[in-house]
Design a protein around this ligand. Structure first.
Ligand SMILES: [Fe+2]
Length: 403
């Protein structure tokens, strides 16, 4: 998506004969918005349509939890048991018509290929490393990476070590925010990252293998498995603007100011009626009268979920690595009692967190119900015995500065 890429061999012109040992190769145009959006053109040894068998269709079942009360919530995911693989192990936490947010701790790995035929994906790698093998080539990943996978990309995870992901799936597009790009698409000075921080597929391996290759495709709110008679990674070359890529949260250059910078300064990706933001270690506000943690705010038209990646969140009791806070629309939230005063003079924060703000309400699942601590809503109450009243020195490390 961000810029032109080319791997392997492609012919001199589009849509002309391209042969290998006399055999005509199969050209596939993979494009968005009909034939007017970004596209890539791939050259296969065999037709990608060679379905030898249609397996069953599995409908996606979402088990909704409708809470009795509308309230701020805190979900603890650290102890979620590994289950499934990198696809079947995605356990839905919350969703609406624009985005699905899942936690994934796979216990096994995929013995099939996967393609999302109805949405883009962002996989935030909290723990683990490995290679995302794709039809566009290998995409190495490590902890802290966002793996951006456009719809239509056939892939398979090759993990190294235990894995923990936060997964976003959307029927819309995942884009670099428009205000970061000039009219030609180049990321501008002042944006919190640059093209050098974006890592496209590093190596194209053309696999020449006949056999039976199951490809599970997400379509029509379910999964249809097709068995192909030739390895799907039979591409000898491709070029274009559509491909999977990674961006490390550690390469996000935080924007700080003399006084408080609002959450849009942390924006990393734009989605369909939602944004994904990165909160990274940074210097805090430096005006002598600055209050380094934010004002209370009422997110009147958005829901705000924050996933805590690393850092010391000690001054917000109970929030730990793997915690998710959800501040739904219609309610104010802000620093817990005493924290604004204690933050004065704090110069930096070391926390790392991923935030997703949606414009439309999020539904919850029974899985999230099991992770709900049930008491976060009371954590602003001064007399709360078990809430989050601040009882220690506010250090930069524990500031939860974006709340
Ligand atoms: Fe907030």
């Amino acid at each position: 998506m961000p810029f032109y890429q080319r791997l392997g061999d492609v012919p001199r012109k589009r849509h002309i004969q391209f042969r290998e040992n006399g055999t005509l190769l199969v050209e596939e145009v993979m494009g968005l918005e009909g034939f007017t959006g970004n596209e890539s053109i791939l050259y296969h040894l065999q037709s990608p349509c060679r379905v030898m068998k249609l397996d069953g269709f599995e409908k996606i079942e979402r088990k909704e939890w409708v809470p009795d009360q509308h309230a701020h919530r805190h979900f603890k995911t650290a102890d979620v048991k590994p289950d499934g693989d990198e696809i079947t192990g995605r356990r839905l936490l919350m969703w609406n018509n624009d985005v699905e947010i899942s936690l994934c701790r796979p216990s096994g790995t995929m013995d099939y290929f996967f393609r999302n035929g109805e949405g883009d994906e962002v996989v935030f790698v909290h723990e683990g490393s490995g290679t995302l093998e794709t039809i566009f080539g290998d995409v190495p990943y490590k902890d802290g990476d966002y793996i951006v996978i456009p719809r239509g990309t056939t892939y398979r995870f090759l993990p190294e070590g235990p894995q923990r992901y936060l997964v976003f799936e959307t029927p819309g597009l995942i884009e670099i925010p428009r205000r970061y790009r000039n009219q030609y698409g180049q990321i501008m000075e002042g944006a919190p990252y640059y093209h050098r921080d974006i890592h496209p597929p590093s190596e194209l391996k053309t696999i020449r293998e006949k056999g039976e290759f199951p490809v599970k495709v997400r379509v029509r709110d379910g999964y249809q498995t097709y068995v192909l008679d030739y390895h799907p990674f039979d591409v000898v070359g491709w070029d274009g603007y559509l491909f999977p890529w990674t961006f490390s949260i550690h390469d996000f250059e935080p924007i700080t100011g003399r006084i408080h910078q609002p959450p849009p300064s942390h924006q990393t990706f734009a989605g369909q009626n939602f944004v994904i933001c990165s909160f990274c270690p940074r210097k805090l506000d430096f005006d002598p009268l600055a209050v380094p943690i934010p004002y209370h705010h009422s997110n009147l038209q958005s829901e705000e979920m924050i996933y805590y990646v690393s850092g010391n969140f000690g001054s917000r009791k109970g929030v730990e690595v793997g915690s998710i806070t959800l501040h739904p629309s219609g309610l104010p939230h802000g620093p817990q009692p005493g924290l604004a005063e204690k933050s004065i003079g704090v110069q930096e924060t070391h926390e790392l967190a991923v935030m997703c703000d949606t414009f439309n309400p999020l539904k919850l699942t029974r899985f999230s119900k099991d992770l709900d601590d049930g008491k976060y809503a009371y954590s602003w109450y001064e007399n709360s015995l078990d809430g989050a009243a601040v009882d220690g020195d506010a250090t930069g490390a524990g500031l939860t500065s974006h709340l």
